[in-house]
Design a protein around this ligand. Structure first.
Ligand code: ADP
Length: 391
């Protein structure tokens, strides 16, 4: 009879353990106990152990999903098993015979060597804990870097779009201002040359007024953009994606319609079906629409009217408007209502903290959009905001 071939005795077959310890004084005694028990075992059995201080390698504790320390983990042979808790030595005594069985089974199932194992195979067969720890750390790092890269690329794309939007928006006031200035210049040249259509002082005044107002509009746009770029999107963690604004609006309206019914308010929409997508953070934009509608319902008396409309305002922007037939907002307070904790005295008895519109403004600015209100006392309010179109 042929002798059975010998099983490999490479270190791959041995038991590999990781002991997670911490430096709390309350754990010290327990850690000593487990160390001395493991030393006893070491005298009789072959196994490998790696001791890890959790504070030094927290990502490993996270990787092994540890909830308590000290903890002893059998990482090889598989399946992985974690022992943790105050009676670690007792648990280990219980499990040790089963772990030995596991090792035996594993050794029996090893494939027969076809040739003498090289140092290379015996080395790579056993995955040292330190090595896998390093791998885990590296793959975590790669994952983090990949995510960071994706976010940065998305932000760059977003900024490109904003620059295009700004350039587009600046062009019309710039053209209007240039036209006004050129008209003044031409007519002056003509009048210097003798036979010319002269501008009356009133026309001159009208043209320079027009140029000034267009320049102010450009200045406002640039201020808005600068304010928006001051890190607000990072603060708010804006994650813009391709978004169907119309669908989002219908969803919000649906969730609020009972409140309108309770106040017998009529709720109308004017949302075209062919609106382009916007580039925006869905949850943040939802917050804006909910806040504006919540205010409209809250401040509009029973039986009033609320309307939500959308408009593809320029090639680059979509405008959303929420109109109501409430008490309106006096012109002198129209900017202040977007400040944090600002409430009209008239409304102090109503529920609220005066922070909703401030948040709306931060969100919209972080999307490089604009939010404002049109209102005259007793004529209701119209809140508008813009968002960039997705391309
Ligand atoms: P809150 O509603 O919690 O007070 P907001 O920041 O949302 O806070 O609004 C600020 C203030 O603007 C309100 O207190 C109210 O005086 C006024 N306001 C907001 N929306 C409306 C509206 N639709 N109609 C009339 N006033 C409004």
């Amino acid at each position: 009879m042929q002798a059975a071939p010998e099983k490999p005795t490479s270190s791959e077959a041995s038991l590999q353990l990781v002991l997670f310890v911490d430096e709390r004084p309350s754990s010290r005694k327990q850690i000593q106990q487990i160390h001395s028990y493991l030393a006893q075992l070491k005298a009789q059995y072959a196994f490998e152990i790696q001791v890890i201080e959790v504070g030094e390698q927290p990502y490993l504790a996270e990787h092994f999903k540890l909830i308590a320390t000290p903890a002893l983990i059998k990482i090889h042979p598989e399946p992985r098993q974690t022992l943790a808790g105050s009676d670690l030595v007792t648990q280990l005594k219980n499990w040790w015979p089963r772990w030995q069985l596991c090792v035996e089974e594993y050794q029996q199932n090893l494939p027969l060597p076809t040739e003498a194992p090289t140092t290379q195979t015996s080395k790579s067969a056993i995955s040292s804990v330190a090595y896998s720890a390093e791998l885990i750390q590296l793959s975590d790092e790669i994952f983090r870097l990949k995510k960071e890269k994706e976010e940065l690329l998305a932000q760059l794309k977003f900024k490109d779009r904003v620059v295009a939007m700004l350039a587009h928006d600046l062009r019309s006031p710039l053209t209007a201002a240039s036209l006004a200035v050129e008209t003044i210049e031409i007519t002056q040249n003509w009048s210097n040359g003798g036979g010319a259509p002269r501008l009356t002082p009133a026309q001159m005044e009208q043209l320079s007024k027009q140029a000034r107002s267009q320049l102010r509009a450009m200045d406002r746009m640039i201020t808005d953009i600068l304010q928006a770029s001051r890190g607000t999107s990072a603060e708010l963690h804006i994650k813009p994606l391709k978004l169907d604004l119309g669908a989002l609006c219908h969803e919000v309206l649906n969730s609020l319609k009972n409140r309108c019914q309770a106040k017998s308010q009529s709720l109308k929409t004017d949302i075209p079906n062919d609106l382009p997508y916007v580039y925006a953070d869905e949850e943040r934009v939802r917050q804006v629409i909910v806040n504006l509608l919540d205010n409209a319902i809250k401040y509009t008396p029973e039986g009033g009217k609320i309307q939500v409309s959308m408009l593809h305002r320029t090639t680059q922007k979509i405008q959303v408007s929420v109109d109501d037939t409430g008490p309106g907002i006096p012109v002198e307070n129209q900017d202040r209502i977007f400040e944090d904790r600002y409430r009209l005295e008239r409304d102090e008895a109503k529920d609220g903290y005066g922070i909703g519109l401030g948040l709306c403004q931060r969100i919209i600015r972080a999307h490089y959009g604009r939010i404002w209100v049109d209102s005259a006392s007793d004529k209701g309010s119209s809140f508008h905001f813009t968002l960039p179109v997705y391309r």
